[in-house]
Design a protein around this ligand. Structure first.
Ligand code: ADP
Ligand code: MG
Length: 256
């Protein structure tokens, strides 16, 4: 079971309270989209789930296990960013393989991995290579494994970032506006690929977007966030046809 339970999450930056007590249950295998205007706290919530930010109050559980105190690498989740966050000096193969290499190394061995091809036995490298190859095939980038991120299109970079998340076989994926840097056509295509990935893996997805169409078409449920609070959580049609209040109605109804 990989359900996520979020309880009364609070976060303040300086004098701004960004999360004002967010609670949310995400079911095992669910695809939930978190939507809301820019600055409402979506990324902060995701970063707390990923362990990249520490909350001031509240709790986060994954599969029944409290995970607030775990470092990012120990959480059974993978995050995909809008900016891709690839290592520019590593090939696609190495970028995708990094989490697998890191997992096999002790703490003091980890740093050099990012500078050159990972150490370890030939068998270990072959195993990593097999997993990288499988992920790359699934994402249709197997022919690009020797390129550097600088030699890729935006879509190919995003596929590489997805591959790096995929090889971890996480219990949950967190995606922060992964398609917003892509042009409209590619966005539509990647949308259905991510949906297909979700179906195939059956893994829990928390997907942040400011694109209502994306949220409505991809998700089992939609959570609408504004000003650090969740105003409504429901199926796409509930949120669309039966908005909880005027703010939700205005946000969901606004043309893009
Ligand atoms: P969203 O992803 O919904 O656009 P964010 O979670 O990125 O919103 O940001 C919510 C608010 O928190 C914004 O006002 C932003 O400026 C502020 N914020 C986010 N991260 C930091 C930080 N590290 N330091 C100070 N303020 C931050
Ligand atoms: Mg954001």
């Amino acid at each position: 079971m990989a359900e996520i339970r979020i309880r009364n999450l609070q976060k303040t930056f300086g004098s701004t309270q960004v999360l004002k007590g967010v609670g949310l249950d995400v079911g095992d295998g669910e695809f939930i989209s978190l939507v809301g205007p820019s600055g409402c706290g979506k990324s902060t919530l995701l970063r707390i789930l990923a362990g990249l930010e520490r909350q001031d109050g509240g709790e986060v559980h994954l599969a029944g296990r409290r995970m607030d105190a775990l470092p990012p690498a120990a959480r059974d989740i993978a995050m995909v960013f809008q900016s891709y966050a690839l290592y520019p000096h590593l090939s696609v193969r190495e970028n995708i393989g990094v989490p697998l290499a890191v997992r096999r190394l002790s703490r003091w061995q980890r740093l050099p991995v990012l500078g050159r091809w990972w150490p370890g036995s030939r068998a270990c490298r072959a195993e990593i290579d097999r997993e990288v190859q499988a992920a790359a095939q699934q994402l249709d980038i197997a022919h690009l494994l020797d390129r550097k991120p600088g030699q890729l299109s935006g879509g190919q970079r995003q596929r590489t970032a997805l591959g790096r998340a995929l090889v971890r076989r996480p219990a949950a994926f967190l995606m922060d506006e992964p398609l917003s840097n892509l042009d409209a056509n590619l966005r539509v295509q990647m949308r259905s690929e991510i949906t297909a990935l979700h179906r195939q893996l059956g893994t829990t997805f928390v997907y942040v977007t400011h694109d209502q169409t994306e949220a409505m078409t991809m998700s089992t449920r939609v959570a609408v966030m504004m000003g650090g609070r969740l105003l409504q959580v429901g199926s796409p049609s509930q949120v669309y046809f039966d908005p909880a209040n005027l703010q939700v109605a205005e946000f969901i109804g606004q043309p893009r």
